[in-house]
Each structure stands twice: as C-alpha cells, then as structure tokens.
Design a protein around this ligand. Structure first.
Ligand SMILES: N[C@@H](CCC[C@H](N)C(=O)O)C(=O)O
Length: 329
C-alpha cells in the first residue's frame, strides 16, 4: 500500500503523491489520468481537488526534492505557491529538516518552516521566483503592448486595467472595485478557452485594495477554474500592488493578502535588479489515504478502494480563519 495526502494552502486543495515511495513511478500519461480522475469535483476522491503535487527525487544540485504540479485538467504548471508550502512541510517531516530547496520546473526554490499560525495550523515560507514581465514570458499575442502594468486593455475588458506577471506561471491581474469581481468568471473562462490573446491560458486575478499593505485577491486558475486561493497569484498581485501604488504597499514588509479560503502574507524583495517574493501561509494536511500502487497506475482511486483517515487539522484551520476579520467578494 502507498500513502497519499490530501492537503491545502488557503483551502487551495491538492493530493500529494511521493513517487520516491513507489516500486515503479507513474509515467506522464498515468500522472495526467490520475490527476483528472482523483481531482474530479463530482466523483473524485474526497470531493476532488485543484491538482496533484508530485514529489520526486531532486534534479538539480543542492535541492532536496522536486515538485511537479498537475492541474485538475491534466495540464502541467511550472509553479504552485500554495502547493509548494504543503510539499515543503511534507519533505520537512519526511526528512527531519526545516530549511531546504525544492526543484520546480524552472528553478530551485528556498522553503523554510515558520512558527504555526495557530494551534495545529503549521506554516511554511516559500520563495516565488523568477519574476518576468515581458509578453513572451506570459505569453500573450495581439495586444499591442510589450508588457502590461496597469494598462487599459479594452480587447480583454473595457474599462479595466491589467498587469501581466509571470512568476514563472502566468498571471493577469486587475485591481477592481466590489462590482468588478462579477466579471472575473467570464473573463477567466474566455481566456482559458478559445481566444486569440492567451492561447496557453492564463491565471486571472482580481484584487481589491483594503488599506496599506492589505489586499483581497480572488483567482480564476488556468487548468482548474475558480479556486479558494492561488499562491503564485497572490504573490504576483502583491508585486503589482507595490509597483502601481507605491504609496500603499512596501517592499521588505509583510503584505496581508486575504482570499476566499483564508489569508497569507507576502514579502516583496528587489535585490540585484531582480524581484522575488516570499509567500507565507498555512500548510495543512487534512487526510491521510492508503491505496494500492496498482490503483494509482490505473487512475482508479475511489472512496471505495482507499482507506481514508482524517487528521483533524481542518477543524483547527477553520477555527483560525473564523478568527480573521476576513472580507469576501
Ligand atoms: N494554485 C497554484 C497555481 C497552480 C497552477 C496554475 N493553475 C497554473 O496553471 O499556472 C498556486 O497556489 O500558485
């Protein structure tokens, strides 16, 4: 039998599969099929999830593990900030370490354990980088701008201004008023379907400024749809916040980012002409699941053939969220 974990960061939910524990690793077709099956919100395991985080042996010198991110639709993402916090905790507990590097598609990223956010709410800080603004990094076409930073783009949505930041997965960001959130679903759906501009899709983040160093961010994710939170999205949006509104957001100071699933802190850094972001938040394990290795290879993990044990951490997490004075849009 093999152990899977159901986990979340700000209730952005994933299954963690540690391939180093398997007799035979799943090939890419098997990983895609497993992700599509197990995350299905209607008939997947435990109500599904937003993706699968695959833990492998490291591929670069100096790293402890590799994380691959398979979205619910089977597409692969270059990064996942909420997911990386949970993988960081998993590897930390597996190997008895607190600060190390995890390989992602484009970079080895530093992760480190943080003080718990509340009783039974463990937390990790993860590095979000590299950061790019050029249109090739997103990528997008036919918009007539080499980069977008608070740029009116009527082709996307008349009356809205957009920023495009890859961290390195692609994020489109707009600061909106309360009414503006109503447009997020249709824009996200369009830009992640047949459209002439973002042909690889894009994560779409709408944000509302709450005060100095405080924002709310809601995301329509590429390969998933609406999620409770997107770690890379909140990081990219924090950077856009500071660049567009330097009087309202500080570098090197925590920025509070509320989201539908909870709250994280981000810290923006600009060093040696390079931006990078620290993302700090919960790394919650909700369930431990035992399943046969064959069921993983066959993409057939169900509530019937898996043994599921709740950890009890979700109650502690919800208690923590309940105590936040959290807005919702
Ligand atoms: N939820 C993630 C991002 C996951 C990948 C995204 N859907 C993409 O395709 O880029 C996060 O917390 O960053």
């Amino acid at each position: 039998m093999v152990e899977l974990l159901k986990v979340h960061g700000s209730q952005n939910c994933f299954f963690i599969l540690d391939q180093t524990k398997l007799n035979q690793e799943l090939n890419d077709d098997e990983l895609i099929a497993l992700a599509q099956q197990i995350t299905n919100k209607e008939n997947g395991l435990l109500g599904g999830a937003d993706g699968v985080l695959v833990v492998n042996k490291p591929v670069r010198e100096g790293a402890t593990a590799q994380m691959r991110v398979i979205n619910a639709d089977g597409s692969e993402a270059s990064m996942c900030g909420n997911g990386l916090r949970t993988v960081a905790r998993y590897v930390a507990e597996r190997d008895g370490i607190t600060s190390f590097k995890v390989d992602t598609m484009n970079a080895s990223l530093q992760v480190r354990q943080q003080p718990d956010l509340a009783s039974d709410v463990p937390a990790f800080a993860v590095e979000i980088s590299p950061v790019r603004f050029n249109k090739e990094a997103l990528p997008y076409n036919h918009l007539g701008h080499a980069r977008l930073l608070d740029t009116p783009v009527p082709e996307l949505l008349p009356g809205f201004r957009f920023s495009g930041i890859a961290v390195p997965n692609p994020h489109l960001i707009s600061f909106v008023d309360e009414e503006g959130f109503k447009e997020l679903g249709s824009l996200g759906k369009w830009l992640n379907g047949d459209n002439p501009y973002f042909t690889d899709g894009v994560n779409v983040n709408f944000a509302h400024i709450l005060g100095h160093n405080q924002i709310f961010v809601k995301t329509f994710e590429r390969g998933v749809g609406f999620t409770n939170a997107c770690g890379t999205g909140m990081s990219a949006t924090s950077l856009a916040f500071a660049l567009i509104h330097p009087d309202q957001a500080d570098f090197d100071q925590p920025i509070t980012v509320f989201n539908p699933g909870g709250m994280v802190k981000t810290i923006l850094h600009h060093e040696n002409h390079r931006y990078w972001i620290e993302l700090i938040g919960n790394a919650t394990f909700t369930h431990k699941i035992e399943v046969s290795e064959a069921a993983l290879h066959d993409a057939n993990v169900t509530n019937e053939n898996a043994t599921v044990n709740e950890t009890g951490e979700q109650a502690a997490y919800l208690n923590f969220v309940h105590q936040l004075d959290k807005p919702n849009f």
